[in-house]
Design a protein. Structure first.
Length: 448
RNA sequence: GGAGGGAUGGCUGAGUGGUCGAAAGCACCGGUCUUGAAAACCGACGAGUCGAGAGGCUCCCAGGGUUCGAAUCCCUGUCCCUCCGCCA
């Protein structure tokens, strides 16, 4: 409780600070106006902003753009006068001669501008979102700050098994078969365990729809490059994705439903009365885990394919930090109903994702590993994704389209939740007790 | 897979080489009227970008091309619709 209060007060301060600071987003204008401050904030995330190069490119862009626009203006004016002369039956030959080399000069200027612009875009697309002022300093997960705990890890009067050992009975969790079918980092589930896995997903989906006011969505599991650009997985993190060549382009398997759900707002202008838009989807997720060889190779914690129930909010900018608390709470509620002890940590700058301004991880207690492990990650992306995908709403106060704020969080990762249920609700004989809230989904099965 | 048609502002939809960033309607916003609201009427009303401002520039699916000048003509691609074939 004490922790909670402290956390809350802290949060209030942060909101105040945010209101004063204009540059809580990665707006080109903002970068231009406060390059030093931006660079400083980004360094909190462990990112070194190429300040010199940016300022240099900006300077070039400015002068070339002015030149180009002047040439265009001249051309437009002259073309217009040719049209008028022609209409009034005058001789236009001398006018045509005058415009002669204007076109060539314009082409040169345009090409130069395009080059500079492309370099600038390249640079800016690779820059992560600015961390919120409340984000703890730090380089790795060791610097994350615990915000609160729920539940008491159970003490067992027998030797606890991890989920891999528990799954060996009758091969209900079968990694060997999966390796035969596909390769490493896949799993086959059987019988009651497969059903429990399905029950978990159904239960989460139902809870978010019925109790938390989300709209259930069903989306494609493959997306195009534009969508991944919008949410920030591309261009920087292509090696984390499964890519499917298709004709002369490629589709990608979604690494999270955040991609299709958030991109629904791409190139849209939403009316204020449509907000907040809260969506939930149950999808498989595919990750190459390129940078994780050797990590979590045992068991179901880190797979190439897993299922997840994902929560996405699209909200007015002023409300986004509030929405992050709400979203995190919705994910937590699933763990509470499943009677799984967990803690919530605020990620430090160095551990945060590319597009996030603020992230809470929820870590569930795993008796088999004797530690808390990530089971959900809830982030406020502020306007970072919205800017990339041009997702906007019409602000009634200004009458103008303005960028939305986007948030997402797992509610929850189904595979990891299954692991947590197995390990936390295991019995001395190696069976698993089905949590009460899942009984309606289990067709009379009380144990597995 | 074959044959056609289409893509224009928040939406519907006109516009086939020269003041077209674009008619009209709807929606939204402001006002008149009303106890209040609705209706009616009047007015404003796309977005981005540069600029202190005046104003400039860009954008009519995307990318190329023709032209002094392209929403409009040509080429390529994407998506949508209709018909035929195939299909869970």
């Amino acid at each position: 409780m004490q922790v909670f209060c402290l956390y809350f007060m802290h949060f209030k301060c942060v909101r105040l600070i945010l209101l004063q600071e204009e540059f809580c987003m990665l707006d080109p204008k903002v970068v231009r106006a406060n390059p030093q401050e931006v660079a400083l904030l980004l360094s909190k995330k462990g990112f070194q902003f190429p300040l010199e190069r940016f300022l240099d490119l900006e300077e070039q862009r400015r002068s070339v753009q002015v030149e180009t626009e002047q040439l265009q203006n001249e051309r437009n004016t002259r073309s217009k006068s040719i049209g008028q002369a022609k209409a009034s039956g005058q001789d236009i030959a001398p006018l045509l001669a005058e415009v002669g080399q204007l076109g060539e000069k314009l082409d040169v200027a345009k090409a130069a501008l395009q080059n500079i612009q492309a370099s600038l875009d390249d640079l800016l697309l690779g820059v992560p979102n600015l961390p919120d002022a409340s984000v703890p300093e730090g380089a790795s997960e060791d610097d994350n700050v615990e915000v609160r705990r729920w539940g008491q890890p159970a003490s067992f009067d027998f030797d606890v098994k991890d989920h891999v050992a528990l799954g060996e009975r009758d091969a209900i969790l079968d990694f060997e078969s999966a390796a035969k079918l596909t390769g490493s980092r896949f799993a086959v589930m059987k019988g009651g365990l497969a059903r429990l896995h399905r029950a978990l997903a159904q239960f989460m989906l139902n809870t978010h729809v019925s109790d938390h006011g989300y709209t259930e969505m069903n989306t494609p599991f493959m997306v195009n490059a534009d969508s991944l650009m919008g949410t920030g997985q591309l261009p920087k993190f292509e090696e984390d994705l499964f890519k499917l060549p298709f004709g002369d382009r490629s589709y990608y398997l979604i690494p999270t439903a955040e991609v299709p759900l958030t991109n629904l707002a791409r190139d849209q202008i939403l009316e204020a009365n449509q907000l907040p838009l809260k969506m939930v989807a149950h999808t498989p997720c595919f990750r190459s885990e390129a940078g994780a060889s050797g990590r979590d190779t045992r068991g179901m914690i880190r797979q190439h394919q897993f299922e997840k129930v994902e929560l996405v909010h699209l909200v007015e900018p002023q409300r986004s930090m509030e929405a992050l608390d709400e979203l995190t709470g919705h994910a937590e509620r699933i763990l509470q109903l499943l009677e799984l002890p967990y803690r919530v940590v605020a990620l430090c700058g160095g551990d945060m994702g590319f597009g996030a301004a603020k992230t809470f991880d929820i870590e569930v207690w795993l008796p088999g590993q004797d530690k808390y492990r990530e089971i959900s990650s809830c982030s406020n992306m502020t306007d970072f994704q919205a800017r990339r995908m041009l997702a906007r709403w019409r602000n009634p106060q200004t009458g103008k389209p303005e960028l939305l704020h986007t948030l997402n969080g797992s509610g929850l990762a189904v595979g990891r939740t299954l692991v947590a249920v197995m390990e936390n609700h295991q019995l001395a004989d190696g069976r698993i007790k089905v949590p009460e809230v899942l009984l309606p989904y289990m067709g009379g099965m009380t144990h597995i």
